[in-house]
Design a protein around this ligand. Structure first.
Ligand SMILES: Nc1ncnc2c1ncn2[C@@H]1O[C@H](COP(=O)(O)OP(=O)(O)OP(=O)(O)O)[C@@H](O)[C@H]1O
Length: 346
């Protein structure tokens, strides 16, 4: 396990034509032991730069990267090399050595570190077991599927027994099913090895499935950070809302919208209720109907999971006199449920 603290980190690239590109601005993050932390952003937002600054593959222009209390930006090169051994990394394109077998790839960092041959063999066998590739030890990368290649990448990253694992778009080159199995493996090793994991991605599905907390990066700045549940239920920025929308489609389906007729008497208002965990919406809704005399027409409902927590949304049409609807919405807002009053086309 490792804690990671990033303080006022900025990165400016100087290009050949003399211009400067601000890739990161004033990044501050605090990642505790054993967490799976996601960093999400669109292409060009600065994700790769940020993850490469965490292990000093890229030197920050200003700011500090503190891993387990040690400021990596201040370490002399020999100590930095040593500290970096405690940080493993996996890549979108796997970066395997094509001339080495699976076992040879996993053994590579151990051989470089001068570990005796028998110990290397033992550790490689254990790692291949852990990632489910014991049978592929003598096969070359070209003979593996994408998911299997990433498993080799993970085994290799774990070979030097890191306390922190950095994942640079680890599933972007994989199909959805293989993505699921790799994410599951990362979750397993996070628990089994008490490993802190930082994942950068542009896919909200990755964040939704395995991350505890997430930071949203947009045009070189962190614009929002918090628990994955909070960001999913109440995103504060447009960028975060767009990412949430990309995986939780809570919009009313077109066929429901088309068949929907406004009430003959009274006013109507569409309300979307989000609820987390086991707090079902039903008692709240029946109480609201009884106390405020409004009618509630259920238009659309959906249950999803964020990591292992159920997360539901229910879209209701409230019908009645405007003052009663107002009072009913006020009541819903007081119930610790996240309530959005929708316009007709949301
Ligand atoms: N070595 C470099 N020299 C100059 N500019 C760079 C360099 N690396 C990245 N940049 C610029 O820094 C900004 C952030 O790039 P970065 O690769 O960190 O974004 P990203 O979010 O990882 O994008 P992607 O998902 O497309 O990889 C971009 O404007 C990019 O063009």
């Amino acid at each position: 396990m490792a804690t990671v603290k990033i303080e006022s980190l900025s990165k400016v690239y100087s290009t050949r034509d003399g211009s400067q590109i601000q890739a990161l601005q004033d990044i501050n993050l605090d990642i505790p032991d054993g967490e799976i932390f996601g960093i999400i952003g669109l292409s060009g937002a600065g994700k790769s730069t940020l993850i490469r600054c965490i292990n000093m593959l890229e030197r920050p222009t200003t700011g500090r990267v503190i891993v387990d209390g040690r400021d990596l930006t201040a370490l002399p090169s020999k100590e930095l090399r040593h500290a970096r051994r405690q940080i493993g990394m996996i890549f979108q394109q796997f970066n395997l050595l094509s001339s080495r077998t699976v076992a040879g790839n996993v053994a590579f960092p151990l051989e470089i570190a001068g570990i005796p041959r028998t110990a290397v063999r033992q550790r490689v066998n254990n790692l291949l077991d852990m990632v489910g590739l014991a049978e592929k030890a003598d096969v070359y990368p070209a003979e593996l599927s994408g998911g299997q290649k990433q498993r080799v990448g993970i085994a290799r990253a774990l070979a030097s027994e890191p306390r922190l694992l950095l994942c640079d778009e680890p599933t972007s080159a994989l199909d959805p099913q293989t993505t699921g199995s790799i994410l599951h493996l990362l979750q397993e090793i996070n628990k089994k090895l008490d490993l802190t994991i930082i994942i950068i991605t542009h896919e909200m599905q990755v964040i939704k499935e395995i991350c505890d907390r997430v930071a949203v990066i947009d045009q070189s700045r962190i614009v929002e950070a918090g628990s994955v549940l909070d960001i999913f239920t109440a995103p504060q920025t447009k960028t975060a809302r767009e990412f949430v929308k990309s995986v939780l489609n809570t919009a009313i389906p077109e066929e429901v919208r088309q068949n929907h007729r406004p009430p003959e008497t009274g006013e109507s208002r569409l309300v979307r209720i989000s609820f987390i965990g086991r707090s079902a919406g039903q008692p709240v809704i029946s109480t609201m109907i009884k106390e405020f005399g409004v009618h509630a027409n259920i238009l659309f409902g959906k249950i999803d999971h964020i990591k292992s927590t159920p997360f539901g949304t229910l879209t209701l049409e409230l019908i009645g006199p405007p003052a009663d609807i107002e009072a009913a919405v006020g009541f819903l807002r007081r119930q610790q449920l996240n309530i959005e009053v929708l316009s007709e086309n949301e």
